[in-house]
Design a protein around this ligand. Structure first.
Ligand code: PLP
Length: 441
């Protein structure tokens, strides 16, 4: 045991898997036992473990300039380069970039950028933000208010009303449909609900709609076809910004470069990144907004005042250098293309598990997926509580595969982008065996 307060655990839990080292797509415990990293750490170690180029980049940048803050007129080469590369990669118009350290703080930053921007353009009343049921956008007090998963918000009393946060339906057809409702009718109904919410609240009071293009923590939910097109049309009609939280879906994860592209979300106004931005070799996040939003902010800054926001480690030079190298490797090694091919293979192999008696739904896109476990396949009856899902995840661990039990319903997979077809076969074989063993218990 140690003195650490472990997050998201029963505080009395005593059994911890002590991970000792990592190499490629695998990690090893103290006894030398090998585990396939089926969740890329925590949806983040896209280039796997022990990447010598990244280690070298960290060492070189640390020797050159180990710290430089970004306040009051200072900047540095690694940060400038990274922001330019990112701005060129994303499907946004002349994006401008604000760096932070985590997905949660990127989303906090976005809330402040929204406030500042709408003040700058003389619409300070536009301050509410629409999030979705079962969304996950982080755990700081502000980003945690955008999050809807009960485990992250109960007890904490997040300032939802003070921040003007509104919730609308989650686009999970399997769980959210009415009896006999088609996918199209489901999309029509929940987007109608969204429009009604906007009209009730007053469009002039609503700044943005935030969405993970494909959710992660709530169980890898891929919305039905046409959902985002309808959402976007409604948002455009009422002059509401689309804010894509790509903390999990960014950088090749969903079979194209960004989740927005996979899900037909045209040119988002804001994007948040972390995790795969640096393949988790160093903590870094980025909050991106449209160039013209930034220009309006700059133009009006004498009127509005200083944008009084920033973290000591905003644009940490070592984090920026390593993220810059990660983006270079993605492009040089054509890893998004590789992820698209291996992702299609993963989805085909996962689909085979749909026949398993414990599996209610298989879902995913590219190199992210989940199986939802059910007590009764015919009626889709969920298990009472997370015990069976947790047991299945432990069974996977026992068999040398790390996957994540999510939302008390599903096992999530999100392997490193460097995973091979053979390793996907290994993942499926271990998962399938573990489900059989869970059923046998
Ligand atoms: N947004 C999304 C979509 C996430 O999945 C996460 C974390 O999993 C976050 C934000 C928060 O990121 P962090 O844990 O780095 O604060």
């Amino acid at each position: 045991m140690s003195s650490i307060i472990y997050p998201i655990t029963n505080l009395k839990a005593t059994e911890q898997l002590v991970i000792d080292r990592g190499e490629g797509a695998y990690v090893y415990d103290k006894s030398g036992k090998q585990y396939l990293e089926g969740l890329a750490g925590l949806w983040c170690t896209s280039l796997g473990y022990g990447n010598e180029e990244l280690i070298e980049t960290i060492a070189t940048q640390t020797r050159k300039l180990s710290f430089c803050h970004m306040f009051g007129g200072k900047t540095h080469e690694a940060g400038m380069q990274l922001s330019d590369t990112l701005a060129q990669m994303v499907p946004m118009d002349n994006a401008r970039v604000f760096f932070g350290n985590s997905g949660s703080d990127a989303n906090d930053t976005q809330i402040k950028l929204l406030r500042y921007y709408f003040n700058a353009i003389g619409k300070p009343e536009k301050r509410k933000i629409i999030t979705r049921e079962r969304a996950y956008h982080g755990v700081t007090v502000a980003a945690g208010s955008l999050t809807s998963l009960p485990v992250n918000i109960s007890f904490f009393d997040p300032p939802v009303e003070a921040l003007g946060i509104l919730r609308t339906d989650h686009p999970h057809y399997y769980r959210g449909r009415l009896e006999g409702e088609s996918e199209t009718a489901f999309v029509d109904r929940i987007t109608h609900n969204l429009e009604q919410l906007i009209l009730r609240e007053g469009p002039a009071t609503i700044a943005a709609f935030i969405a993970e293009p494909i959710t992660g923590a709530s169980g890898v939910i891929v919305p039905p076809p046409g959902y985002y097109e309808k959402v976007r049309a409604i948002l455009d009609k009422y002059d509401i910004l689309f804010w894509a939280d790509e903390v999990i879906t960014g950088f090749g994860r969903t079979g194209s470069d960004f989740g927005c592209n996979s899900m037909h979300i045209e040119r988002p106004d804001m994007m948040s990144f972390a995790k795969q931005l640096s393949s988790a070799y160093y903590p870094i996040s980025a909050a991106l907004i449209r160039g013209d939003m930034y220009e309006a902010m700059v133009e009006q800054s004498t009127k509005v005042g200083v944008f009084g926001h920033g973290y000591t480690y905003s644009g940490h030079p070592v984090a920026c250098a390593v993220a810059g190298k990660v983006l270079e490797i993605y492009q040089r090694d054509k890893l998004f293309e590789h992820a698209a091919t291996t992702g299609a293979y993963l989805q085909n192999r996962l689909a085979e598990l749909a026949e398993h008696p414990l599996v209610g739904e298989v879902r995913g896109k590219g190199l992210i997926g989940a199986v939802e476990l059910v007590a009764d396949k015919a009626s889709a009856k969920p298990f009472d509580g997370p015990d069976v899902i947790n047991r299945a995840a432990l069974q996977c661990q026992e068999n040398g595969l790390l996957v994540r039990p999510v939302a008390g319903t599903s096992l999530a997979m999100c392997p490193p982008l460097i995973i091979t077809r053979e390793q996907i076969d290994e993942l499926i074989a271990k998962l399938s065996q573990s489900l059989d063993e869970t059923l046998g218990v």
